[in-house]
Design a binder for this molecule. Sequence first.
Ligand code: ADP
Ligand code: ADP
Length: 225
Amino acid sequence: MKLKIHSVTKRYQGGRKTAIDQFTAELTPGIYGLLGPNGAGKSTLMNLITDQIQPDEGEILYGGKNISKLGKSFRSILGYMPQQQRLYEDFTGRRFLWYIASLKGMRSSLAKERIQLLLNTVNLEDDADKKLGAYSGGMKQRILIAQALLNDPQLLILDEPTAGLDPKERIRIRNFISTIAADKIVLIATHVVPDIEFISKEIILLKQGRLVLKDEPHRIVAGLQ
Ligand code: ADP
Ligand code: ADP
Protein backbone atom coordinates (compact mmCIF):
# COMPACT_ATOMS: atom_id res chain seq x y z
CA MET A 1 0.00 0.00 0.00
CA LYS A 2 1.06 3.56 -0.65
CA LEU A 3 0.63 6.74 1.31
CA LYS A 4 0.01 9.65 -1.02
CA ILE A 5 0.24 13.17 0.29
CA HIS A 6 -1.21 15.29 -2.43
CA SER A 7 -0.62 19.05 -2.49
CA VAL A 8 -1.36 19.45 1.21
CA THR A 9 -1.46 22.90 2.82
CA LYS A 10 -2.04 23.59 6.51
CA ARG A 11 -2.36 27.09 7.96
CA TYR A 12 -2.58 28.40 11.52
CA GLN A 13 -3.53 31.74 13.05
CA GLY A 14 -6.61 32.22 10.94
CA GLY A 15 -4.66 31.58 7.74
CA ARG A 16 -1.79 33.99 8.45
CA LYS A 17 0.77 31.26 9.20
CA THR A 18 1.40 28.54 6.59
CA ALA A 19 2.91 25.57 8.44
CA ILE A 20 2.75 23.12 5.50
CA ASP A 21 2.80 24.51 2.00
CA GLN A 22 1.64 22.47 -1.03
CA PHE A 23 3.41 19.35 0.19
CA THR A 24 3.35 16.41 -2.22
CA ALA A 25 5.05 13.04 -1.73
CA GLU A 26 4.39 9.36 -2.26
CA LEU A 27 5.61 6.91 0.37
CA THR A 28 6.01 3.17 -0.21
CA PRO A 29 7.20 0.57 2.33
CA GLY A 30 10.62 1.42 3.75
CA ILE A 31 12.14 3.98 6.09
CA TYR A 32 11.94 7.70 5.36
CA GLY A 33 13.75 10.35 7.35
CA LEU A 34 11.98 13.65 7.82
CA LEU A 35 14.58 16.32 8.35
CA GLY A 36 14.20 20.02 8.95
CA PRO A 37 15.06 22.81 11.37
CA ASN A 38 12.75 23.79 14.23
CA GLY A 39 9.58 25.32 12.89
CA ALA A 40 9.95 23.65 9.47
CA GLY A 41 6.60 21.90 9.89
CA LYS A 42 7.65 18.37 10.88
CA SER A 43 5.14 18.03 13.73
CA THR A 44 2.38 19.53 11.64
CA LEU A 45 3.09 17.08 8.83
CA MET A 46 3.04 14.13 11.26
CA ASN A 47 -0.21 15.36 12.80
CA LEU A 48 -1.69 15.51 9.31
CA ILE A 49 -0.49 12.03 8.33
CA THR A 50 -1.81 10.55 11.58
CA ASP A 51 -5.17 12.28 10.97
CA GLN A 52 -4.97 14.25 14.23
CA ILE A 53 -5.49 17.44 12.22
CA GLN A 54 -6.91 17.90 8.70
CA PRO A 55 -5.44 19.80 5.75
CA ASP A 56 -6.87 23.12 4.61
CA GLU A 57 -6.08 22.11 1.04
CA GLY A 58 -5.09 18.87 -0.65
CA GLU A 59 -5.59 15.32 0.57
CA ILE A 60 -3.82 12.35 2.11
CA LEU A 61 -4.62 8.92 0.68
CA TYR A 62 -3.76 5.48 1.98
CA GLY A 63 -4.44 2.63 -0.44
CA GLY A 64 -6.23 5.19 -2.61
CA LYS A 65 -8.66 6.29 0.12
CA ASN A 66 -8.75 9.55 2.05
CA ILE A 67 -7.41 8.77 5.54
CA SER A 68 -10.01 10.98 7.22
CA LYS A 69 -12.74 8.83 5.70
CA LEU A 70 -11.08 5.53 6.65
CA GLY A 71 -11.58 6.33 10.35
CA LYS A 72 -11.27 3.22 12.49
CA SER A 73 -9.66 1.11 9.80
CA PHE A 74 -6.95 3.75 9.36
CA ARG A 75 -6.23 3.78 13.10
CA SER A 76 -5.92 0.00 13.01
CA ILE A 77 -2.97 0.18 10.60
CA LEU A 78 -1.34 3.24 12.19
CA GLY A 79 1.40 3.33 14.82
CA TYR A 80 2.49 6.68 16.22
CA MET A 81 5.31 7.41 18.63
CA PRO A 82 4.88 10.87 20.14
CA GLN A 83 7.51 12.82 22.05
CA GLN A 84 8.10 11.97 25.72
CA GLN A 85 6.30 14.92 27.24
CA ARG A 86 3.05 13.23 26.28
CA LEU A 87 3.58 10.20 28.55
CA TYR A 88 1.27 9.56 31.51
CA GLU A 89 3.84 9.35 34.29
CA ASP A 90 1.48 7.76 36.84
CA PHE A 91 0.87 4.66 34.74
CA THR A 92 3.10 1.64 35.00
CA GLY A 93 4.65 0.49 31.73
CA ARG A 94 2.27 -2.45 31.49
CA ARG A 95 -0.82 -0.41 32.35
CA PHE A 96 0.21 2.17 29.74
CA LEU A 97 0.39 -0.53 27.04
CA TRP A 98 -3.03 -1.90 28.08
CA TYR A 99 -4.45 1.61 27.91
CA ILE A 100 -3.11 2.18 24.38
CA ALA A 101 -4.33 -1.29 23.30
CA SER A 102 -7.82 -0.39 24.48
CA LEU A 103 -7.69 2.92 22.58
CA LYS A 104 -6.76 0.95 19.49
CA GLY A 105 -9.74 -1.33 20.08
CA MET A 106 -7.64 -4.50 20.37
CA ARG A 107 -9.26 -7.66 21.72
CA SER A 108 -7.86 -8.43 25.18
CA SER A 109 -6.49 -11.86 24.25
CA LEU A 110 -4.53 -10.32 21.38
CA ALA A 111 -3.49 -7.32 23.50
CA LYS A 112 -2.13 -9.61 26.20
CA GLU A 113 -0.05 -11.54 23.70
CA ARG A 114 1.31 -8.43 21.98
CA ILE A 115 2.10 -6.64 25.26
CA GLN A 116 4.13 -9.61 26.47
CA LEU A 117 5.97 -9.89 23.17
CA LEU A 118 6.75 -6.18 22.93
CA LEU A 119 7.88 -5.80 26.55
CA ASN A 120 10.27 -8.56 25.70
CA THR A 121 11.38 -7.02 22.42
CA VAL A 122 12.25 -3.66 23.98
CA ASN A 123 13.79 -5.32 27.02
CA LEU A 124 11.40 -3.83 29.60
CA GLU A 125 9.89 -6.99 31.07
CA ASP A 126 11.56 -6.46 34.46
CA ASP A 127 10.45 -2.83 34.62
CA ALA A 128 6.89 -3.31 33.34
CA ASP A 129 5.32 -2.76 36.77
CA LYS A 130 7.26 0.39 37.62
CA LYS A 131 5.70 3.80 37.06
CA LEU A 132 6.71 5.63 33.91
CA GLY A 133 7.72 8.59 36.07
CA ALA A 134 10.55 6.43 37.39
CA TYR A 135 11.75 5.40 33.92
CA SER A 136 14.99 6.74 32.45
CA GLY A 137 14.90 8.61 29.14
CA GLY A 138 15.90 5.49 27.24
CA MET A 139 13.23 3.37 28.95
CA LYS A 140 10.58 5.97 28.09
CA GLN A 141 11.63 5.90 24.44
CA ARG A 142 11.42 2.10 24.44
CA ILE A 143 7.93 1.97 25.98
CA LEU A 144 6.81 4.60 23.47
CA ILE A 145 8.14 2.47 20.63
CA ALA A 146 6.40 -0.58 22.08
CA GLN A 147 3.01 1.16 22.21
CA ALA A 148 3.41 2.31 18.61
CA LEU A 149 3.96 -1.32 17.57
CA LEU A 150 1.05 -2.89 19.51
CA ASN A 151 -1.16 -3.32 16.46
CA ASP A 152 1.73 -4.36 14.15
CA PRO A 153 1.14 -1.19 12.11
CA GLN A 154 1.63 -0.88 8.34
CA LEU A 155 2.30 2.83 8.78
CA LEU A 156 4.66 3.84 11.57
CA ILE A 157 5.32 7.49 12.44
CA LEU A 158 8.14 8.23 14.89
CA ASP A 159 8.62 11.74 16.30
CA GLU A 160 12.23 12.28 17.41
CA PRO A 161 12.73 8.67 18.57
CA THR A 162 16.20 9.36 19.97
CA ALA A 163 15.50 12.68 21.70
CA GLY A 164 17.29 12.94 25.04
CA LEU A 165 19.21 9.69 24.67
CA ASP A 166 22.90 9.11 25.13
CA PRO A 167 24.90 8.01 22.05
CA LYS A 168 24.83 4.33 23.01
CA GLU A 169 21.07 4.21 23.44
CA ARG A 170 20.63 6.22 20.28
CA ILE A 171 22.43 3.56 18.30
CA ARG A 172 20.37 0.77 19.90
CA ILE A 173 17.09 2.50 19.10
CA ARG A 174 18.27 3.13 15.56
CA ASN A 175 19.23 -0.51 15.07
CA PHE A 176 15.99 -1.65 16.61
CA ILE A 177 13.93 0.52 14.26
CA SER A 178 15.76 -0.86 11.25
CA THR A 179 14.95 -4.44 12.35
CA ILE A 180 11.19 -3.82 12.66
CA ALA A 181 10.78 -1.81 9.47
CA ALA A 182 10.28 -4.66 7.01
CA ASP A 183 7.32 -4.02 4.72
CA LYS A 184 6.06 -1.07 6.73
CA ILE A 185 6.03 2.58 5.73
CA VAL A 186 8.13 4.21 8.45
CA LEU A 187 8.55 7.97 8.79
CA ILE A 188 11.12 9.23 11.28
CA ALA A 189 11.20 12.92 12.13
CA THR A 190 14.50 14.09 13.54
CA HIS A 191 17.12 16.77 13.37
CA VAL A 192 19.86 14.27 14.15
CA VAL A 193 21.19 13.32 10.69
CA PRO A 194 22.97 10.09 11.79
CA ASP A 195 19.62 8.81 13.11
CA ILE A 196 18.42 8.30 9.56
CA GLU A 197 21.50 8.55 7.38
CA PHE A 198 22.19 4.82 7.29
CA ILE A 199 18.77 3.26 7.81
CA SER A 200 16.49 5.28 5.55
CA LYS A 201 15.90 4.71 1.87
CA GLU A 202 15.08 8.37 1.38
CA ILE A 203 15.35 11.61 3.29
CA ILE A 204 12.68 14.25 2.96
CA LEU A 205 14.03 17.72 3.62
CA LEU A 206 11.46 20.20 4.88
CA LYS A 207 11.99 23.95 5.09
CA GLN A 208 9.33 26.52 5.94
CA GLY A 209 6.63 23.97 5.26
CA ARG A 210 7.91 23.07 1.81
CA LEU A 211 9.46 19.90 0.52
CA VAL A 212 12.93 21.00 -0.54
CA LEU A 213 14.39 17.61 -1.44
CA LYS A 214 13.39 13.95 -1.40
CA ASP A 215 16.29 11.70 -2.27
CA GLU A 216 18.62 8.93 -1.16
CA PRO A 217 20.52 9.81 2.04
CA HIS A 218 24.02 9.88 0.53
CA ARG A 219 23.00 12.56 -1.94
CA ILE A 220 21.26 14.73 0.62
CA VAL A 221 23.78 14.40 3.43
CA ALA A 222 26.65 15.41 1.15
CA GLY A 223 24.81 18.63 0.36
CA LEU A 224 24.18 19.40 4.04
CA GLN A 225 27.85 19.52 4.94
P1 ADP B 1 8.59 21.53 13.61
O1 ADP B 1 7.92 20.33 14.15
O2 ADP B 1 9.40 21.26 12.38
O3 ADP B 1 9.38 22.28 14.63
P2 ADP B 1 5.92 22.65 13.57
O4 ADP B 1 5.08 21.81 12.70
O5 ADP B 1 5.78 22.49 15.03
O6 ADP B 1 7.45 22.54 13.12
O7 ADP B 1 5.63 24.19 13.26
C1 ADP B 1 5.59 24.74 11.95
C2 ADP B 1 5.19 26.20 12.04
O8 ADP B 1 3.81 26.30 12.40
C3 ADP B 1 5.94 26.99 13.08
O9 ADP B 1 6.15 28.29 12.61
C4 ADP B 1 5.02 26.99 14.28
O10 ADP B 1 5.23 28.12 15.08
C5 ADP B 1 3.67 26.99 13.63
N1 ADP B 1 2.64 26.26 14.42
C6 ADP B 1 2.66 24.97 14.74
N2 ADP B 1 1.59 24.61 15.45
C7 ADP B 1 0.84 25.75 15.59
C8 ADP B 1 -0.40 26.04 16.21
N3 ADP B 1 -1.12 25.11 16.84
N4 ADP B 1 -0.83 27.32 16.15
C9 ADP B 1 -0.13 28.26 15.51
N5 ADP B 1 1.05 28.05 14.90
C10 ADP B 1 1.53 26.81 14.93
P1 ADP C 1 21.60 -6.91 23.25
O1 ADP C 1 21.85 -5.44 23.46
O2 ADP C 1 22.82 -7.74 23.39
O3 ADP C 1 20.81 -7.19 21.99
P2 ADP C 1 19.71 -6.80 25.47
O4 ADP C 1 19.34 -7.88 26.42
O5 ADP C 1 20.30 -5.53 26.02
O6 ADP C 1 20.69 -7.46 24.44
O7 ADP C 1 18.47 -6.44 24.59
C1 ADP C 1 17.63 -7.42 24.09
C2 ADP C 1 16.74 -6.82 23.04
O8 ADP C 1 15.99 -5.77 23.64
C3 ADP C 1 17.49 -6.16 21.94
O9 ADP C 1 17.86 -7.05 20.91
C4 ADP C 1 16.51 -5.15 21.45
O10 ADP C 1 15.58 -5.73 20.59
C5 ADP C 1 15.82 -4.72 22.72
N1 ADP C 1 16.42 -3.50 23.27
C6 ADP C 1 17.31 -3.39 24.26
N2 ADP C 1 17.63 -2.15 24.50
C7 ADP C 1 16.93 -1.43 23.64
C8 ADP C 1 16.83 -0.04 23.38
N3 ADP C 1 17.53 0.89 24.03
N4 ADP C 1 15.98 0.33 22.43
C9 ADP C 1 15.26 -0.56 21.75
N5 ADP C 1 15.32 -1.86 21.94
C10 ADP C 1 16.15 -2.29 22.86
